[in-house]
Design a protein around this ligand. Structure first.
Ligand SMILES: *[C@@H]1O[C@H](CO)[C@@H](O)[C@H](O)[C@H]1NC(C)=O
Ligand SMILES: *[C@@H]1O[C@H](CO)[C@@H](O)[C@H](O)[C@H]1NC(C)=O
Ligand SMILES: *[C@@H]1O[C@H](CO)[C@@H](O)[C@H](O)[C@H]1NC(C)=O
Ligand SMILES: *[C@@H]1O[C@H](CO)[C@@H](O)[C@H](O)[C@H]1NC(C)=O
Length: 379
């Protein structure tokens, strides 16, 4: 009777396969900046060489905000009467940060043409909690600016021209987003004392192994999310705080994971290593047998055998590797045991992607017998 039920679920899985196989995650394209070239300023040059874009003709004019009841509201910003602690200066072609009023807690400056963050506009802005500077052209942040804002919790500066992690950021920070810059340097002590930082996003920069020392993340006791995807790492980063929940390392050149790398992590649930150079050789047998892990992504590598994982894992992405066969008896975390009646011991794997390998249907029966919670396999 039981066997009959399983065969039916096998059939359902089979039918699901087709439906899911069209699903594809597409890497996000970086947001296009407004075009800055293409204008010919000198007719004589037409047809010859295109001149460099000339600033400031490069920038469209600043868009002024509506008149405001607040006398301290900068002309290029919007000060909402219902939100006296917010200053909205986003999408206004601003090149220079206006003087920030004392009452500001939430400061929105994203999507402008700001090139530099200097001290002057912030002299009285000591109460600011959130600053959004995303998608500007910032290449320099004065060291003194943010250190004087002891209440600062979120600093978003993704999509700028920064070459290094800014120094002198306050220890109060909880979120720091620096993705899509040109960062190739983390000054010593850049994250020191940031014991409340939960999110650090360094996605799409130019960091190499030598930029990440053992002590780089030393003080980050509260860190939950670390994104180092799309950098130039060849090794797993050293000194990642061991309470971390989410570690993203996609699109680097990592070819090897040290045997005990994940051993001391206590809450690690989401690991992404898609698009690296991992092969069986660089993957110690038990390296992913981590009981807290829920989602493991290893697509677009050169792995040829399915790694061992714990019975708690729910999602496994192994698509686009070199897997030629899969043996459910061998990878079954609890051992292939027909008699498992304790629901708690049944492996929790629900989603398995194996497309882009050298595997053909049908799905081996032992996979279906072991992973009873599987809702979809993509072959
Ligand atoms: C800062 O506040 C002081 C005292 O309220 C004021 O005199 C000064 O003009 C302010 N500075 C700026 C740049 O707004
Ligand atoms: C970190 O957070 C705690 C709890 O919210 C707070 O008491 C403490 O002052 C914060 N630390 C810093 C450096 O802001
Ligand atoms: C995985 O780890 C668990 C507990 O830490 C252990 O009992 C089990 O044998 C390990 N599995 C493999 C395949 O090594
Ligand atoms: C799968 O592995 C088990 C145990 O190692 C072995 O007995 C079995 O023959 C294998 N199945 C296939 C189809 O190779």
């Amino acid at each position: 009777m039981k066997a009959g039920v399983r065969l039916v679920s096998a059939l359902v899985l089979f039918l699901l396969m087709g439906a899911v196989s069209t699903q594809k995650t597409r890497p996000k394209k970086p947001i296009k900046r407004p075009a800055t070239d293409g204008k010919i300023f000198d007719n004589q040059l037409a047809g010859l060489e295109q001149p460099e874009p000339q600033e400031p003709t490069d920038f469209p004019p600043v868009i002024l905000g509506p008149s405001s009841a607040y006398s301290d509201c900068p002309r290029e910003c919007f000060c909402s009467p219902s939100y006296p602690n917010s200053l909205n200066c986003e999408n206004r072609n601003i090149r220079v940060i206006p003087v920030i009023p004392v009452r500001t807690h939430y400061l929105y400056l994203q999507n402008n043409y700001i090139t530099e963050v200097t001290e002057e506009p912030f002299v009285n802005a000591t109460e600011v909690r959130w600053i959004n500077l995303a998608n500007n052209r910032i290449h320099r942040i004065n060291k003194q600016v943010f250190g004087k804002i002891p209440a600062l919790l979120y600093l978003y500066a993704e999509g700028n021209y920064l070459k290094e992690v800014p120094s002198g950021l306050p220890a109060s920070l909880e979120q720091l987003r620096l993705s899509k810059n040109r960062i190739s340097k983390i000054p010593a002590g850049a994250f020191s004392k940031m014991r409340n930082l939960t999110l650090l996003d360094l996605y799409y920069n130019q960091l190499t192994d030598s930029d990440l020392g053992k002590n780089t993340f030393k003080d980050l006791n509260s860190l939950m999310q670390l994104n180092l995807a799309r950098n130039i790492l060849k090794k797993m980063p050293a000194g990642v705080p061991n309470g971390i929940i989410q570690l993203f390392l996609d699109r680097n050149s990592i070819d090897d994971i040290p045997k005990d790398y994940f051993k001391d992590f206590t809450h690690l649930a989401f690991v992404r290593l898609n698009r690296n150079q991992l092969s069986d050789k660089g993957l110690p047998k038990d390296v992913f047998n981590i009981s807290t892990l829920l989602d493991l992504q290893l697509s677009h590598n050169q792995i040829s055998s399915v790694p061992m994982f714990s019975s708690h894992l729910e999602q496994l992405h192994l698509n686009h590797n070199s897997i030629e066969s899969i043996n459910g008896t061998q990878i079954c975390p609890s051992g292939l045991n027909d008699q498992i009646s304790d629901e708690k011991l049944v492996p929790r794997l629900r989603y398995l992607r194996l497309d882009g390998n050298h595997l053909n249907p049908p799905i081996p029966l032992d996979i279906i017998l072991c992973f009873r919670h599987l809702r979809s396999i993509v072959l």
